[in-house]
Design a protein around this ligand. Structure first.
Ligand code: ADP
Ligand code: MG
Length: 709
């Protein structure tokens, strides 16, 4: 029977005007909220439910707690305060009592909540002059929606669509399907059984017209699973396809070079580094190309792992490439890596001693033409072992003798095109192994979705001896701030001052940084050696500034976010971030990671007023925690799921019900089921219904996006 049911594609082919009561005018309004087809209507889910069968009455509300009640408006009044803010006061009642609602700065509530109207209100109950009240509650007008459970839809003031209209349209759409052939269910019955998932008809019925809250949660489970399964099916198929069609290099990882490198490091590897290196090594010896994400908080020691991977290739006669997001960072990495590898040698039978010094080169847009020619020539003949550059490196016409391992630092968009470009790097078409590194900690399951076809290694342990960075937040950059900088410098330490972020224009940002620099050098930091670094400082000058800061010839470095990643000066122990509320959590965490790199206790002072409740939360979180994973969770909470999938507007194909955070176990389940269904490499040929849905929800553009993220 399932086989004859109505498919989602059929429903997507039917315009909403097919539904009774939806004419052109309403169709136009629905289009504004992204609802074009009957399927869109069915996938426009309620955001809340009011359970009339439970004690959702005014009489049952308790002060200090959140509550949701269905009420009738009995009076409305508006007034203005002295400072010209509007206060709307609304009296509401049900059969058990009355309640006062107070709205600040929402003058339109006076029109919305006219006397006699019914609404669901949700908010925290407090007491005011002996009466219960809610301040700025969430309000949904429900019209005359009936049923034990009332589904509350996201309504749209702009489009003039109310929740009760969605309710009746969804009901009509459901009636059309269930009164006829019912929904086709493309997910195999065994899978539904194994994970105790309800059928699709029950799922759509339960989400829109539930008889109980239990039905809602069962419906939600099923629909969440479907959303995640579609994504995982696409990702797993792509991964299998890639592995099948690409020939990699089976590296021979036994050799002296890696051991020699670890010997000159001057510290023991952390347990996490050892484990991660083992994971990478296991990938390298396989003929299939590695595609691994290395996650590790700022300062967790990713560079050593990356260099180890490249050396494993080098000792087998191949080359390594290390790519950074910007030229500045490439320069930084070049200095760091060249220093780390200083005295190492590689076998070279053409020389008298049978070896030669290991050679690390830097290639960026700023490399002079003559140097560039020399370096690319030596790359092609194998004379250069490790090349460091920007992400653009692989897309340029740079040929390698035999590129074995590519490391990509802080690149979240390493996708199909870049991988295709890698294929062309080696004359024999062998695809190098790829290690992508990120310090932006993403919960593992989210990573699985976002980086669906990557394997993940996590550096979850810091090198020993780090002291936590004490973070404080001050509204003004006053004497307390500069006094702290002065006392660090007096103690022989160094400081960073991060200038306000100006997203809109680099020119503005540069001039603001110059201004900050001038103000500070003439004012609070007058007696110190202060340097300036921003995106427009020329190469030579920048190198010189960095060199002086590293050498301790500068006390304070005033900089824009160019120092966000990669800068490593253990003697810097204090950072001041100006206008900190403009930065995101991840960015502040990255920036803060520039201090606390030595054994001396470090400080970070965030300066500025929080402009929104969210920015207050963000700054508060940074003060509370230095744990990148914890901060990532807060970030996810504040920014929502949409951001994980990219900065796009929520389109119709996005995850609608599934939350990568709340539903993390379902991500794993979906991954497992996807592997069961397509793991044999035959794709979805035995599951045409699923294949069609994946295509429907994840069109070309969508799946490309997933893989590029
Ligand atoms: P990340 O890139 O992960 O932010 P880095 O690779 O830049 O971190 O390492 C941060 C600092 O920690 C560097 O100075 C590095 O030399 C040092 N470091 C790395 N691993 C260890 C270790 N196992 N023990 C002590 N110090 C280490
Ligand atoms: Mg780093």
């Amino acid at each position: 029977m399932a086989g004859d049911g109505v498919t989602l594609r059929e429903l997507d082919d039917r315009p909403v005007t097919d539904l009774n009561g939806v004419g052109d005018k309403r169709a136009a309004a629905l289009a504004k909220v992204g609802v074009h087809s009957v399927m869109d209507m069915l996938c426009y889910y309620p955001r809340r439910y009011l359970d009339r069968s439970r004690e959702a009455t005014i009489g049952a509300l308790s002060v200090g707690e959140e509550g949701m009640v269905l009420v009738r408006v009995t009076s409305v009044s508006a007034r203005r305060t002295r400072n010209r803010r509007t206060i709307v006061e609304v009296r509401v009642e049900d059969d058990t009592g009355s309640l006062r609602l107070t709205f600040f700065n929402q003058p339109w509530r006076e029109r919305q909540l006219s006397v006699g109207i019914e609404a669901v209100v949700f908010g925290k109950v407090d007491q005011y002059q002996g009466n219960n009240q809610m301040t700025n509650p969430l309000v949904d007008l429900v019209g005359d929606q009936t049923g034990r459970i009332v589904a509350v839809y996201p309504q749209s003031e702009a489009a003039g669509l109310h929740t009760w209209e969605f309710d009746s349209m969804a009901a009509e759409a459901l009636r059309r399907v269930t009164g006829g052939r019912g929904f086709a269910d493309p997910v195999p019955a065994e899978v539904l059984d194994t994970y105790h998932l309800v059928g699709r008809s029950e799922a759509f019925g339960g989400i829109h017209r539930p008889g109980s809250m239990k039905e809602v949660s069962e419906a939600r489970r099923r629909l969440v699973f479907d959303e995640l399964l579609r994504i995982q099916l696409e990702l797993v198929q792509r991964k299998i396809e890639l592995e099948r069609t690409t020939m990699g290099i089976a590296h021979c990882v036994d050799g002296d070079l890696v051991g020699a490198f670890h010997g000159v490091l001057g510290f023991e590897l952390t347990g996490a580094q050892v484990r991660t290196i083992d994971e990478i090594r296991a990938d390298l010896v396989e003929p299939r190309p590695m595609h691994r994400l290395l996650q590790g908080d700022v300062g967790s020691g990713k560079t050593v792992v990356a260099v180890t991977a490249m050396l494993a290739a080098v000792q087998g006669g191949h080359q390594g490439a290390f790519m950074a997001p910007t030229g500045v960072l490439a320069e930084q990495h070049h200095l760091g890596v060249a220093e780390m590898l200083g005295d190492l040698t590689v076998p070279d039978p053409t020389t008298l001693l049978g070896n030669r010094p290991l050679r690390v080169e830097l290639l960026t847009g700023r490399t002079p033409v003559a140097d560039r020619r020399r370096i690319t020539g030596d790359l092609a003949s194998g004379g250069v072992d490790i090349l460091i550059g920007t992400h653009a490196l692989i897309q340029e016409g740079v040929d390698f003798f035999s590129l074995g391992v590519v490391v990509i630092d802080e690149q979240h968009r390493f996708g199909v095109e870049q991988r295709a470009a890698l294929r062309e790097k080696n004359a024999d078409g062998a695809v190098p192994d790829v290690l992508v590194m990120t310090a932006t900690p993403i919960p593992r399951t989210a990573a699985m979705t976002v980086y669906g076809d990557l394997d993940v290694s996590v550096l979850d342990e810091m090198p020993p001896g780090r002291t936590p960075i004490a973070t404080s937040w001050l509204v003004d950059a006053d004497d307390e701030v500069w006094g702290a900088v002065r006392s660090e410098v007096a103690a022989g330490m160094q400081a960073y001052v991060v200038c306000p972020l100006i997203d809109e224009s680099e020119t503005l940002e540069v001039s603001s940084a110059e201004e900050t620099f001038a103000d500070l050098s003439a004012g609070p930091l007058a007696d110190m050696r202060v340097g300036l670094l921003h995106g427009r400082v020329g190469h030579v000058e920048r190198e010189e500034t960095m060199r002086r800061f590293r050498a301790g010839d500068l006390d304070v470095l005033v900089a824009t976010t160019v120092i966000e990643v990669g800068v490593d000066v253990p003697n810097a122990t204090i950072m001041v971030v100006l206008d900190a509320a403009r930065f995101g959590i991840a960015q502040l965490h990255q920036l803060r990671g520039r201090v606390g790199r030595g054994t001396v206790a470090s400080r970070c002072i965030l300066v500025g007023e929080a402009s929104t409740p969210d920015s207050e939360e963000r700054l508060g979180a940074l003060v509370r925690s230095t744990d990148g994973f914890e901060l990532a969770e807060v970030d996810l909470d504040l920014r929502g799921e949409g951001t994980i999938m990219g900065e796009r507007q929520k389109g119709r194909n996005d995850l609608r019900l599934a939350s990568l955070r709340r539903d993390r176990e379902w991500v794993e389940v979906a991954r497992e089921v996807a592997l069961q269904l397509v793991g044999d490499g035959d794709g979805l040929s035995r599951h045409p219904g699923l294949a069609d849905e994946v295509a429907l929800f994840l069109g070309e553009a969508e799946s490309d996006f997933l893989l590029k993220s």
